[in-house]
Design a protein around this ligand. Structure first.
Ligand SMILES: Nc1ncnc2c1ncn2[C@@H]1O[C@H](COP(=O)(O)OP(=O)(O)O)[C@@H](O)[C@H]1O
Ligand SMILES: [Mg+2]
Length: 311
């Protein structure tokens, strides 16, 4: 099914008043799919002044084969607009992490396209892909992933040090202040609280000015106060610094910090919500978890193809 015919795209186009030409930023490329030049020639900046930080077309990821086959991503088309904060939601096993890993170049798609900026990552050799990940993508993981023997500051500087780059001192200073780590720079991770460790990870992701930051359940190991802090940093880095962020979460409170919430089920995008708030997200989660009602909006996207195995 062409993306512009999907109920999701049509519904989003009808619902979204936020963009001058009536086409929502996030789906306009999909709606104009047949006008697009061949992959590799990316039409940015676009005529609605939104630029795309990353996009996928027909992205499919299949794990295993035969009886053990799992379709983790099923022909996913998604655009991530620059300077926007997108939450990726969905039940366990719906493909959230796989989507993030494929878009971030951590995992190779089975088929389909992933484009970061103007680079189709399928065309890259491993070494170039490693460079792209290092230089243009920031990561924040649930488990912080800090090096225990390095100080907070050394952890923040590590990706750039590996790349042989020196962070811009003013920018580094600014990022340290944003995340409030000034008094903790010489501490090792074990001397920091979970919230502080995650702030180090956020600073590490921000300091290289990546095209896009991917965060997989960044508040999954934090209490609610520390979660609110981290989500506040992420949201302000979007509004104040123009950072682009894609965050996987199953928490409606976390999703409410984003500009957009995408809902995955069985490896497909089944809903695309602008300006999510907790109640809207909860309501949509309930709707999506109830048995498919053929008359419900969006039900046909669910019913259109073979269902996939869920983990
Ligand atoms: N390395 C893997 N090998 C086999 N199956 C996998 C692998 N990674 C993920 N899957 C399966 O793919 C589906 C999507 O997984 P995942 O992206 O981790 O979901 P989520 O992050 O939404 O919980 C699940 O059914 C999961 O069991
Ligand atoms: Mg996951």
């Amino acid at each position: 099914m062409p993306p512009q015919d999907s109920p999701r795209a049509r519904r989003a186009a009808a619902d979204d008043p936020g963009v001058s030409d009536g086409v929502p930023e996030a789906t306009s490329a999909a709606l104009h799919a047949d006008e697009q030049p061949p992959l590799g020639e990316v039409p940015v900046p676009r005529d609605d002044n939104s630029e795309i930080a990353a996009y996928t077309r027909d992205l499919t990821k299949v794990y295993g084969s035969g009886d053990a086959e799992v379709v983790a991503l099923d022909h996913v088309d998604v655009d991530f607009v620059k300077a926007r904060f997108t939450a990726v939601m969905g039940p366990s096993g719906s493909g959230k992490s796989t989507l993030m890993h494929c878009v971030a170049g951590l995992d190779a798609p089975t088929s389909g396209e992933v484009v970061i900026g103007d680079t189709n990552i399928a065309t890259l050799k491993d070494s170039r892909l490693t460079e792209l990940r290092r230089d243009r993508i920031g990561f924040v993981f649930q488990s912080f992933n800090l090096i225990p023997t390095l100080t907070a500051l050394e952890n923040i500087e590590l990706p750039m040090a590996i790349a042989g780059r020196k962070p811009d001192p003013e920018w580094l200073d600014h990022v340290i202040d944003i995340v409030g780590l000034r008094s903790r720079l010489k501490h090792k991770p074990s001397q920091l609280s979970g919230g502080q460790q995650q702030r180090v990870a956020c600073a590490r992701a921000l300091v290289g000015k990546p095209d896009i930051i991917f965060a997989d359940e960044p508040t999954g190991n934090l209490d609610s106060a520390a979660s609110a802090e981290i989500l506040g940093f992420l949201a302000s880095s979007v509004t104040d610094l123009g950072q682009t962020i894609v965050m996987v979460t199953h928490d409606p409170t976390a999703a409410a910090y984003a500009n957009r919430a995408l809902f995955l089920a069985d490896g497909r995008i089944v809903a695309d919500m602008d300006d999510p708030d907790r109640d809207k997200v909860l309501a949509r989660m309930v709707e999506l978890s109830s048995p498919v009602d053929a008359s419900a909006p969006g039900a046909s996207t669910q019913a259109a193809g073979p269902s996939t195995v869920q983990g």
